[in-house]
Design a protein around this ligand. Structure first.
Ligand SMILES: *[C@@H]1O[C@H](CO)[C@@H](O)[C@H](O)[C@H]1NC(C)=O
Ligand SMILES: *[C@@H]1O[C@H](CO)[C@@H](O)[C@H](O)[C@H]1NC(C)=O
Ligand SMILES: *[C@@H]1O[C@H](CO)[C@@H](O)[C@H](O)[C@H]1NC(C)=O
Ligand SMILES: *[C@@H]1O[C@H](CO)[C@@H](O)[C@H](O)[C@H]1NC(C)=O
Ligand SMILES: *[C@@H]1O[C@H](CO)[C@@H](O)[C@H](O)[C@H]1NC(C)=O
Ligand SMILES: *[C@@H]1O[C@H](CO)[C@@H](O)[C@H](O)[C@H]1NC(C)=O
Ligand SMILES: *[C@@H]1O[C@H](CO)[C@@H](O)[C@H](O)[C@H]1NC(C)=O
Ligand SMILES: *[C@@H]1O[C@H](CO)[C@@H](O)[C@H](O)[C@H]1NC(C)=O
Length: 390
């Protein structure tokens, strides 16, 4: 009986478990997570440079095994949007490619045939039609020059940072780091966006990423929905309850305001990055950058030096929606721009950008605690995104 948890873990990993990784250094990686003799390893199955310039974000259509990547183009006048087929053996074949407005950093499907992008440098939100061959046709774009927030170094212009759908799938929300807004659009059945009134975030907070949460899961008809907005520039999570007025749109009421370091204030020069709800729907997780408050034994066991690590924060979510009991754990390296939980919630993959490393951590699904690192891979360059393909 005591062996059950590890047997379950083995069983869930016996199937092909791949990770798709983007790196600002120019490559997409298709990685395999395999287990033998109770130890795990991450190996490279394939790489491609087909998402250049500066691969920044991945969206995977699991049913068709089609991967969509945006290239931020950190030093280019345009960004890119590309699609790849993912073969069973993990190999990546590019299907289509198009130039975009500068600086795309996030993508989401509004419906199976329409993808929306947030453009940080280009101060824009754009949409593309995606046909059955994964080719692209530009549809709409919304480009902004105002407002700007008070942080002159980072808020010199609007900077849309993520595109996410609300739980009804009818609204697109776009945290704008430069404007201290969450821009909101109604998405009609044909994928056409119509802009509505924005949610005003706290001044100087720098909205980066966000998630929705409902204590009883998305199917609960009349329970309160919450919206957690991560302010990169203040390292805080702002919680709102969300209602849907009869006249249409979304209405927000502030309910919480939490440091991404739990009961501690954020260190100076820290920049929170990613926010996720665990698959069990009971925990909120955030990654923190540029404050290596942990030091870990080297992942190369033959190397006696220790390595610096930023942190992950795990909050428990009670029914009242106010995140509590934050715990900090090591991210596994410097600058964890992105992380992802597997479907079972028992593994967390972290992309440590400035360490060029992906680390897979064990996670206790009941307590939400992050355990030991089970596998890591080095030398991937400036990792920007990590997606599970189970
Ligand atoms: C992987 O699968 C693809 C598509 O089926 C095939 O073209 C390719 O040769 C395979 N690669 C290897 C290394 O087996
Ligand atoms: C490429 O960038 C230029 C300069 O910013 C812009 O005018 C043009 O519209 C962009 N092209 C696309 C396809 O977005
Ligand atoms: C996608 O574009 C490629 C190259 O332009 C073309 O060969 C292919 O037929 C297109 N596929 C579809 C389904 O339109
Ligand atoms: C953006 O939309 C405008 C119309 O609103 C259009 O004229 C322009 O070509 C679009 N730009 C791109 C890059 O698609
Ligand atoms: C939800 O609320 C509406 C309006 O108050 C009510 O008609 C409906 O029966 C409720 N649904 C459930 C599942 O409680
Ligand atoms: C959130 O809490 C912090 C720390 O107490 C405080 O400085 C800040 O003003 C609060 N922000 C809002 C919008 O309540
Ligand atoms: C990261 O933190 C260090 C201080 O620990 C600071 O010197 C540096 O400017 C920070 N990096 C960025 C990009 O702000
Ligand atoms: C040992 O690890 C440190 C920190 O990651 C690294 O800088 C150093 O090059 C490594 N040494 C060897 C011999 O690999």
């Amino acid at each position: 009986m005591l062996l059950l948890p590890s047997l379950l873990l083995c069983a869930s990993l016996a199937d092909a478990t791949n990770l798709l990784v983007a790196s600002y250094s120019g490559l997409l990686y298709s990685l395999s997570l395999t287990e033998s003799d109770r130890s795990f390893s991450l190996t490279t199955l394939d790489t491609t440079d087909g998402c250049n310039p500066s691969p920044a974000w991945l969206s995977l259509k699991r049913d068709s095994q089609t991967l969509f990547c945006v290239g931020e183009g950190l030093t280019s006048p345009n960004g890119s949007l590309s699609s790849f087929s993912v073969a069973r053996n993990g190999s990546l074949t590019r299907l289509a490619y198009t130039d975009t407005i500068a600086g795309p950093v996030s993508s989401v499907f509004l419906d199976p045939a329409t993808i929306a992008l947030a453009h940080y440098t280009g101060s824009s939100v754009s949409t593309f039609a995606v046909d059955a061959g994964a080719n692209f046709t530009a549809l709409q774009n919304f480009t902004y020059s105002e407002p700007v927030g008070p942080n002159q170094a980072r808020q010199e212009a609007p900077h849309p940072h993520e595109v996410i759908l609300d739980p009804t799938g009818q609204y697109l929300l776009v945290p704008d780091l430069g404007s201290d807004l969450v821009r909101i659009y109604h998405s009609s059945v044909d994928g056409t966006l119509e802009e509505l009134e924005s949610l005003r975030a706290p001044a100087g907070s720098g909205p980066r990423h966000a998630v929705f949460w409902n204590p009883y899961g998305a199917a609960c008809e009349n329970c309160t929905t919450y919206f957690y907005l991560l302010g990169e520039l203040v390292n805080r999570v702002f919680g709102y309850s969300v209602t849907y007025p009869a006249a249409g749109g979304l209405a927000f009421a502030p309910v919480s305001n939490s440091s991404t370091y739990g009961r501690y204030d954020a260190p100076v020069d820290a920049y929170a990055a990613e926010i996720e709800i665990s698959p069990d729907n009971r925990f909120l997780m955030v990654s923190n950058r540029n404050a290596s408050i942990f030091s870990l034994p080297n992942f190369d066991l033959a190397n006696g030096t220790r390595v610096p690590s930023d942190s992950l924060a795990t909050f428990y979510l009670p029914d009242d929606g106010v995140p509590t009991a934050a715990r900090l754990s090591p991210a596994g390296g410097r600058w964890p721009r992105n992380f992802a939980l597997n479907r079972a919630g028992n593994l967390v993959a972290v992309g440590a950008q400035e360490s060029g490393r992906v680390v897979v951590w064990r996670r206790d699904v009941v307590s939400g605690r992050i355990g030991k690192a089970v596998a890591s891979i080095e030398g991937l360059g400036r990792v920007s995104a990590v997606v599970w393909n189970e």
